[in-house]
Design a protein around this ligand. Sequence first.
Ligand SMILES: Nc1ncnc2c1ncn2[C@@H]1O[C@H](COP(=O)(O)OP(=O)(O)OP(=O)(O)O)[C@@H](O)[C@H]1O
Length: 884
Amino acid sequence: MSVCLTEDQKRKIEENRIKALARRAERLAAQQKEVHPGKNNSNNFLYNNLQNAESSPTTLLPVAAEHGNFREAKSFQQCNTVQVLSAQRSLAINGPLKQESLKPNAEQNPGWKQPPAVRVEDPQRAKDVTDASKVVVEKPDTATKFFYGSAIKGSSSASAKVPESVNGIPGKKTVILVKGKCVMHNEERFRVEVGYNSDLIALFKSIPSRNYDSIMKMWNFSLEDYSFLMNEVQKISAVSLKPLDGLENVDVAMATSLSSNSASLGALLRLCCNWQKPTAVTHARCVLVSRSRFEVESGYNADVIAAFKQINSRNYDMKTRKWSFLLEDYKELMEILFKLPSVETEPLPRAVIQAFTQQFDRTTVEIPEIPVVDLSAVDPVLEKSLMPFQRNGIEFAISRGGRLLLADDMGLGKTIQAICIAMYYRKEWPLLVVAPSSVRFTWAEAFQRWLPSVDPKNINVIVKAKDSLISGLISIISYDLLSRMDKQLSGTSFKVLIMDESHFMKNTKTARYKAAMPLLKAAKRVILLSGTPAMSRPAELYTQITAVRPSFFPRFHDFGARYCDAKQLPWGWDYSGSSNLNELKLLLEESLMLRRLKSDVLSQLPAKQRKVVIVSPDGITAKTKAALAACAKEMEKGHKNKLQEKEALLVFYNKTAEAKVRAAVEYLFDLLESGREKFLVFAHHKIMLDNMCKELKDKGLNYIRIDGSTSSADRQALCEQFNFLESSCVAILSITAANMGLTLSSADLVVFAELFWNPGVLIQAEDRVHRIGQTSNVNIHYLVAKGTADDYLWPMIQEKMKVLEQAGLSESNISDNAESAKFTCKDPKQKTILDMFQRSFAEGGEDGDDAFFAEAADEWDNSEFGNSSETTEWDGPCKKRCIQ
Ligand SMILES: Nc1ncnc2c1ncn2[C@@H]1O[C@H](COP(=O)(O)OP(=O)(O)OP(=O)(O)O)[C@@H](O)[C@H]1O
């Protein structure tokens, strides 16, 4: 049956068809956006280039910071980061650009590639594009959509973009207003909670301090960019952002710079961008030379000199032939220089402007006094123990809002300072300490020693990936374990964080760094500790600077270009160099880093600084574990005669060596990784000495070994080799065979991988470095493992040390200078063993004991682990100072 349609029906069908087509076109456009956000955004050229440039912090940074290889090749597009950023910022400030403004940069950078022509959507404007390389950047995509967040349809906002037509078909007039708000993210950053808008995303991407939190799915920015962002948002009519509620949670310094200086700071920061001029013939570079002055390095240019002469604070240094000015005149000079068409002025980095904000406003230069801090709320035991320079360190940290890199020389007590700083922010706990695995337990001991008010139950050393991260007030975890706890970490945030040996994070490619970064971002107080934050090049500092002050250098390239003498090579950028180091030093000292050398505070230090390093005999075989337990049991039995006692003891001591090998080797390598170049390691058993030497040899590291088999002539030669070697070297020494007659004073650190029952021998061994020729104070580390014979040996050594000290034979008492209190045995059974130890060693005369143990240990080593054909390890009983 055929049906004839009336004209009216046909017209309606046609209308419906057109409407359906329009809807389909709209839907397709929306899908297109979801798949390729910004694809049709007419800012594409810049947008895409920014995305390429974006890869620099993520792809370039790991290359740059990679340990040992800073010359890996990367995309050429990275070289355009600065230009693209400038252009981005310029776009955000001045609106759409023409590509010509970027073209000369391509000429300056041979690696720069011509981007493909941008598709011009609007046929009306397509005729403007006469040259393929000439790109007219269009207004942003008209069909603004939102996928989440709030939106109001049909808003009357006159300037909101409305699609007039889609593919020539009249579209529905839909105005979509995306509403959102600014919220504090942490004390330095705010985030924007808002729905999707392509213009807004383009704006976000033009802000250097941006960071996209992939977990929250939100962008956050440095507070310094707040006013800029809000100004720019006002220009996007389809977006409305509620400002920050207030600045209550912002640190005083930050709040001040935001409220009182925000206008001038914003203006200064803006000078950091857009400094490259296409026609420039003279390059003028601003460099900070002191807390109050900056220099302008430039080739001769009459206009530049004339500009300099307009500035009141100018000073010409005849020697260096450089002009310098007060920071307060910086803005004035920059404004003049920027106007000179033939001069390209490289401004001070934004980090410098942020760090020295006050100097740009003031006429008089006073080094601001670090305010005295009331530490009465901190544990009195801790407060009273602080040395004056340590107190200054704590005050510096607090004046910087609890965010710093404490880079004191080794042995200056970074631990006590970090604990005190963290304690100051006690209300914000739980506290997380991340440390090398070899010192996890030492941290726990240090908390117990310095903070007796904290219940030890609340100190939680995390040893397994399935342990709870937040079961105590204080959690201590190793870097390596941290990287295996990503699931737990995603739901946890610690406001107070201590990162010991923070240079462990210098390589951004490592799992350690990746695991630590989210923690650092979320924490309010970040206390980094390292005696050697950078061992060979400034690039190694980047991650640590960013951890403390994320807004300083959001992009590695900016840091690399300024301080790593970045060079573009055919295969990519090389950041292995160094440049502007004085400026870097000033910047770090002003804002985030404190470093004191031993020589600076020598008068406050004891000649010897001893510390106990609690190592864990983890990773030992079940057999060794069982043997240790059996030894302890055997000791508890009580023996009829002294010989039996000694034999039981010997087995325990030998098993202890076996159990400690792995931990001792790990500690040795942690020291090397921390930049300790020369140190002595004393041990008693062959298994320990052999293993340490083998590991060093396998890794191609320098070491010397002196044991009972080393002839007198060789000993002398080895000592000289050790003392005169420029590079790092470890001396592996037998306690009994190398505790006297050797001078190894080019080192100032002695490690005892094993204990020895005679403290006189230990002191003699320590004195291999603490002797004439030693100008520094000496650090002594005793490695002590719980659950081994050390539990009994260590208190006994302390007891005997006391006697020595009273007799004036020891300069400092180990029990006072080392974390030792926890080794006082409380278990009555253990007391029995301790008594037995003391009896065994005290009664028989120590020469006899040493001979007995040394020989017996030798036999043990050779029969169980060593090669029996090897020369006997020990010299026999050592001739030593006999102390009773
Ligand atoms: N104020 C103090 N009172 C008593 N002992 C202290 C004090 N400060 C530090 N010490 C002791 O000095 C030793 C070295 O301290 P610590 O381990 O914190 O130094 P460090 O700077 O962290 O060294 P490293 O860089 O080698 O780790 C420890 O035994 C510590 O207990």
